[in-house]
Write a protein that binds this ligand. Structure first.
Ligand SMILES: [Zn+2]
Ligand SMILES: [Zn+2]
Length: 463
């Protein structure tokens, strides 16, 4: 059987966030795997009580005996945020540069997980030998210390995985981009470039952190000077030196509105030059394409619209084989004339619910969504030994728009009693039918009176 080189994104392809990419080499019976990045994404209001989401790692957990390690490109949450959630299922080596290592160590400490002997600190611009892979960290520039692109060398050719990057001639923190090495890698030959798609719609260049600093200092000069303080009040100014991530507009503009109502000046990207993106605009991408001259490109780190536009961009740049992927796609990079998606790995999302990770269709999530939109009715019936209801059913309501509570309660008690009477209550075999019938009665009555179908819970207590 022939040796194959495989790429498979489990997260971050078709969405911005929770990046997790797999590479494999070997014949189909004996493949060795590596994971590049293992990030989270942030939940919105649609999932009550959940803040963090990460890729379902099941596919690679099944192959953990053939997993050589996790390699981290940089320390942003969408690249490292899930490591302490997923690593305990893999217990493999972790490779990261010094700054990223410090941040992930904190995540493990928080969860009281000991990774001594597993975490290997990699120096900038050095090579990790993970045979059959040889992984070279190449310093790039982005919006954090120590962003690395990875040259992944295999027996059949090289891959360049860019990670997050832009061309910043004055990065302010950290080293300059190692474009000299990127050009050399291009000359050595690159089968496939896996590349950041975030800003593919933006013309020109992403710009430098230095230009932002210059303008920020100018703004500071015209503002009234105070010692830094946690309180803001009339006459103060708040600078939002960041981009609003799609989906967060509502929350952010609500905050802006609260501030301006209080007489506080809001300085944001809308009004002043106070932020540059950390991702490559089209001119930055052109540089990378010119240096690397890849045979094929696989756009990642983007929503579908970004990734389709990135495919068009790659065609414009004369790349022979741009390949469109989404989470779970298994791409055969080698052998073959061109890379192609030939299979699908199970992929999905896990929600961090309290201290437990649950699947997207978990009962706890379904119930909370139901409770949050429909409210709750709970009815408790005390049943005597001769099969009667003791006193009245005990009713509890939560989250229902009931104005005439006494009347609503009285009538619902009657409805419940009417339904209960159609059963012989001391016949335990009828219990589940009785509970179902009572649920229907409660929901039907509430729908009729309030237009709501609440989550309904029936308790039977036998004395
Ligand atoms: Zn990043
Ligand atoms: Zn990222």
């Amino acid at each position: 059987m022939k040796e194959e080189l495989i790429f498979c994104p489990l997260g971050g392809s078709g969405e911005i966030g929770m990046n997790m990419n797999l590479f494999a080499y070997g014949n189909p019976d004996n493949r060795k795997w590596i994971i590049v990045d293992i990030g989270v994404t942030f939940a919105d209001d649609a999932i009550p009580g959940v803040d963090l989401i990460y890729p379902d790692p099941g596919f690679i957990v099944d192959k953990k005996d053939d997993l050589l390690g996790i390699v981290l490109t940089h320390a942003h949450e969408d690249h490292i945020g899930a490591i302490a959630h997923i690593w305990p299922k893999l217990k493999c080596k972790i490779f990261a540069t010094p700054f990223t290592s410090v941040l992930i160590s904190e995540k493990f400490k928080e969860k009281k997980i000991d990774v001594t002997g597993y975490l290997e600190v990699v120096q900038l611009n050095s090579i990790v030998d993970l045979s059959p892979f040889k992984i070279e960290f190449v310093t790039l520039t982005h919006s954090i210390l120590e962003p690395n692109g990875l040259k992944i060398e295999t027996p059949v050719g090289n891959i360049l995985h860019t990670g997050d990057w832009k061309c910043d001639p004055d990065p302010l923190t950290g080293d300059n981009m190692n474009s000299k090495r990127l050009k050399e890698i291009g000359e050595e030959g690159v089968l496939t470039m896996i590349c950041d798609s975030t800003n593919v719609f933006s013309a020109g260049r992403a710009g430098s952190e230095l230009d932002v600093r210059k303008n920020m200092l100018k703004i500071m000069e015209r503002l009234k000077k105070r010692h830094p303080d946690v309180f803001v009040e009339r006459g103060d100014a708040v600078i939002f030196s960041s981009k609003i991530i799609p989906g967060n507009e509502k929350k952010l503009y609500k905050l802006h509105n609260q501030l301006v109502r209080e007489g506080i000046e809001v300085i944001s990207e809308d009004s002043e030059f106070i932020h540059v993106s950390g991702h490559p605009n089209r001119e930055d991408l052109k540089d990378m394409y010119d240096w690397i001259k890849p045979r094929s490109v696989i756009p990642v780190h983007g929503e579908h619209r970004h990734m389709i536009e990135h495919i068009n961009f790659a065609k414009e740049m004369q790349v022979p084989y741009p390949v469109r992927v989404e989470n779970g796609d298994i791409v055969r990079i080698y052998p073959g004339d061109k890379p192609e998606v030939y299979d699908k790995a199970p992929s999905g999302r896990l929600y961090v619910d309290g201290s437990i990770s649950v699947e997207e269709d978990a009962q706890s999530i379904k119930e909370r969504k139901n409770l949050s939109t429909n409210g709750l009715i709970e009815a408790t019936l005390v049943i005597t030994p001769n099969g009667n209801i003791h006193n009245k059913p005990l009713l509890t309501f939560r989250g229902l728009p009931i104005y005439e509570k006494d009347e609503f309660t009285f009538n619902l008690e009657e409805e419940i009693e009417k339904t209960a009477k159609t059963f012989s209550l001391n016949n335990k075999k009828q219990e589940s039918n009785l509970i179902d019938a009572l649920k229907i009665t409660c929901r039907k009555y509430t729908k009729e009176k309030l237009g709501k179908r609440p989550y309904t819970n029936i308790n039977l207590v036998r004395i």
